[in-house]
Design a protein around this ligand. Structure first.
Ligand SMILES: N[C@@H](Cc1c[nH]c[nH+]1)C(=O)O
Length: 422
């Protein structure tokens, strides 16, 4: 019983004190980038009808969703991903808009993944969606955008892996694979499980060339040369077009000067099913999972009634925090709280000073000195809470000001702090 009262379920956690301030500071910085790119904030509900996320939409597997019922027995889902919600919302409110729309968001997503993986089940995502632009320049914009967010977070060693789902789909179509085999193959290729692929293909009737192609896909990762190598293994029109598109995107990325952060991986295919073109994931050391996920999803909005191409990405803030921590990269936080500590007899003075300083926009925590407490106790208390300084009122006219960063103590007249009019 006590266990459940004090603990959170596996995969979710409390974020408090300094860590919470750091997370919010990081989010603010990323939000700054999202706005610098001209994206507008949007908020959608944390839970929605199951239909918004069901299998046809191509988000995560149904098994990974938290489902529950409303009073009318409709099935609701805690959003596993924010992109389908944005697609729904945009289809509803911007149905007839043909020019591009740019939205950004910050919010929790929930995935009921297997506990064994040790992954968080609730994470904060910060993302952006560009709707109504099917160009390769738009693809590049999203990748640059993600890179800028990571740089702003203070990360400098990371990589954005770029893939293209059409490359794989083109070859699958040509090889005549059924849906189930395609699904199995996607997983095996994504895990670069060479022997698994060999085994699966040996059970299927297909040409030797196609078998070799599928095996080769697992090796198609690395720098831009990979695209040339990929062109040499196939003549499939759909696959070639996918590669040409990536070449174009790369050209734009070079204009932006961010090519050092990107690499290609044509075996990266096991992502969300709604992706229809370029896909990308950001990795860094210190976390085994991706810190950025994104891609083009040109047929998702039409499922909600608005025929429009789209591309986007999301940063998994919690994973990014973990990586920054493990890489000893500090998220600079500024402690602006001041603690006004007073003796009971001086309550009126303390309240007046507090009101005055809060009125000037300062962040004031007001606390009476405990009968058996000492100033030293409160200095320790303030330091633990990362308070910037203490104003100690223990006399009528003068106060002690203690800077908790430098431990410097000065005295000041109350009238100087409150102002002449008092
Ligand atoms: N919603 C995707 C990321 C994304 C945003 N836009 C496009 N893709 C995810 O949760 O992985």
């Amino acid at each position: 019983m006590l266990d459940k009262l004090l603990h959170t379920p596996e995969g979710v956690r409390d974020i408090y004190n300094h860590e919470c301030l750091k997370k919010l500071t990081l989010q603010e910085r990323i939000e700054g980038v999202l706005h610098r790119f001209g994206y507008q904030d949007i908020q959608t509900p944390t839970f929605e009808y199951y239909e918004v996320f069901n299998h046809e939409r191509g988000t995560v597997d149904t098994k990974e969703m938290y489902k529950f019922f409303d009073r009318d027995s409709n099935i609701l889902v805690l959003r596993p991903d924010i992109t389908p919600s944005i697609a729904r919302s945009v289809a509803k409110y911007y149905k007839s808009v043909t020019l591009p729309l740019r939205f950004c968001y910050t919010g929790s997503t929930f995935r009921n993944n297997e506990s064994l993986q040790g992954k968080l089940k609730e994470v904060t995502q910060q993302g952006a969606e560009l709707i109504g632009d099917d160009s390769s320049q738009a693809d590049a914009e999203m990748i640059v955008f993600a890179i800028e967010c990571l740089l702003e977070a203070g990360l400098n060693e990371f990589q954005i892996d770029i893939g293209q789902v059409e490359f794989f789909k083109g070859i699958v179509e040509e090889a005549g694979l059924d849906k189930q085999t395609e699904e199995q193959l996607r997983l095996l290729i994504d895990h670069k499980n060479f022997f698994g692929i060999e085994d699966l293909l040996s059970k299927h009737d297909m040409s030797k060339e196609h078998k070799e192609m599928f095996l080769k896909i697992t090796e198609l990762f690395g720098s831009i040369e990979v695209l040339q190598q990929a062109k040499e293994i196939t003549t499939n029109e759909r696959a070639i077009k996918a590669l040409e598109r990536l070449e174009k995107v790369y050209e734009f990325l070079c204009y932006y000067g961010v090519e050092e952060f990107v690499s290609f991986d044509l075996g990266m295919i096991n992502q969300l099913n709604y992706y229809t073109g370029i896909i990308f994931r950001g990795y860094t050391y210190g976390t085994g999972v991706s810190i950025v996920d994104g891609g083009r999803y040109d047929s998702l909005l039409s499922q909600f009634g608005k025929d429009s191409p789209a591309v986007g990405f999301a940063i998994v803030v919690d994973e990014l925090m973990l990586a920054l921590n493990r890489q000893n990269i500090e998220i600079e936080t500024i402690y602006t709280n001041t603690l006004i500590l007073f003796k009971e007899a001086l309550t009126k003075t303390a309240i007046q000073l507090t009101q005055h300083l809060r009125g000037q926009g300062l962040k004031i925590e007001l606390q009476k000195l405990n009968d058996n407490g000492t100033l030293e106790d409160y200095i320790q208390y303030g330091k633990q809470k990362h308070v910037g300084g203490i104003i100690y009122i223990n006399e009528e006219e003068t106060v002690k000001i203690i800077d908790l960063e430098t431990n410097n103590t000065t005295e000041a007249h109350l009238s100087d702090l409150i102002g002449k009019e008092q």
